[in-house]
Design a protein around this ligand. Structure first.
Ligand SMILES: [Zn+2]
Length: 375
């Protein structure tokens, strides 16, 4: 039996924005170790070391000036214009060898895309959890993201596939990816996120539907603070999933940010691991090949188990909920799913429900007719 490819190596730890920064590369190793504790690399996944992206291929997405700036800063050659490219801020500090580290993350997403193109590991899913850096712009770093690996991978997939869908369930709007394909009808971007009213990057409203030939190919489903599983899933299934299905993608790039979880420190949605997982199951059920990439997630006791649940679901493996002893003890992660009740007060819950309803109505109004869907 071919085993789906999982791109990981400890070299990914080099994308390190410093001890005070919320994006901690250790979450990748912790996830790898949790998957390993379930013996998945002996039975169900093939571990492959990622390679560096070719800067020429990255230059199809990012400006050469930007890449040049990144290269210079990476080796400690600071110059006053760096700030213009988004570097040197609290969110996007300059760190040693950031050029190579970024090329490796992007390379891993390209590796995963190529695995799907080659039909490797069964051809239905390939993983790069270091990817999903969806805020990176054409010539600007933003929101911890330097190179937009998702966009580079989509470009590679487009060499063979006529229609690519990008589905982003990170709690933040997938603004960089949306922007890079905003006028492209071959790439449908779908983002579920906390509303720009209360969260970075402040975009992702239903009226952002694309432009020019790409009009109708950007889908945004914003949610209010304190949104819980039921509200999140219902809106996704009522408004976004039908469009995704109608678009009929040949391949899907699935960004699996875990920061919509109720314990995440950076945002205000209140999902559980198992609620979030349902959207991933829905995407898998479409039966299309999936390039599965990571994204945000800043609570170290939730990220590894959510990604483990996601990986298991995408390869069709059922894992015992109780985490193997040694790992559980060392990392204080006793189970994969959440067993703690999520408490949201009635007023907040009502508000979250109304925001979701409004988003659903707007999406239907702006997009359903184009896809011959009935509201
Ligand atoms: Zn995020």
């Amino acid at each position: 039996m071919p085993r789906p490819l999982f791109f990981y190596s400890d070299a990914l730890m080099a994308y390190d924005m410093g001890p005070q920064h919320p994006l901690k590369p250790i979450r990748l190793r912790m996830t790898y170790e949790l998957l390993e504790s379930y013996n998945l690399f002996d039975t169900a996944l093939e571990l492959v070391e990622p390679s560096l992206a070719d800067p020429e291929e990255v230059a199809q997405i990012h400006s050469r000036n930007y890449l040049e700036a990144l290269h210079r800063l990476s080796s400690g050659d600071y110059f006053p214009g760096a700030y213009r490219y988004g570097f040197g801020t609290g969110d996007n500090p300059i760190f040693p060898d950031m050029y190579e580290a970024s090329l490796r993350y992007t390379g891993a997403s390209l590796n995963a895309a190529q695995a799907i193109l080659d039909g490797a590991g069964g051809g239905m899913v390939a993983f790069n959890l270091s990817g999903g850096l969806h805020h990176a712009h054409y010539d600007r770093a933003a929101g911890f993201c330097i190179l937009n690996d998702a966009a580079v991978a989509i470009r590679r997939l487009r060499t063979r596939f006529a229609r690519v869908a990008y589905v982003d369930i990170d709690v933040h709007h997938g603004d960089g990816v949306q922007e890079l394909f905003y006028d492209d009808p071959a790439v449908l971007t779908v983002s579920l996120h906390e509303s720009g009213d209360t969260l970075f990057p402040g975009t992702g409203y239903p009226e952002e539907i694309g432009e020019g030939a790409g009009e109708g190919y950007s889908v945004n489903l914003p949610y209010g603070a304190f949104t819980t599983d039921d509200v999140w899933l219902q809106a996704w299934r009522e408004a976004a999933l039908p469009i995704l299905r109608a678009f009929d993608p040949e391949v899907i790039v699935l960004q699996m940010g875990t920061d919509a979880h109720f314990l995440d420190p950076l945002a205000h949605l209140c999902l559980t691991a198992q609620g979030w997982l349902q959207a991933i199951r829905d995407v898998r059920a479409l039966g299309k090949p999936i390039v599965a990439i990571g994204g945000g997630g800043y609570n170290l006791t939730t990220v590894p188990r959510m990604w483990t649940l996601a990986v298991a679901a995408l390869i069709g493996v059922e894992l015992p909920d109780v985490v193997p002893d040694r790992y559980a003890y060392r990392n204080r992660i006793p189970t994969l799913t959440d067993h703690q009740e999520v408490h949201v007060d009635a007023r907040e819950a009502g508000h979250a429900r109304r925001v979701a309803q409004q988003s659903v109505q707007q999406l239907k109004q702006f997009l359903f007719a184009r896809y011959n869907l009935k509201s």
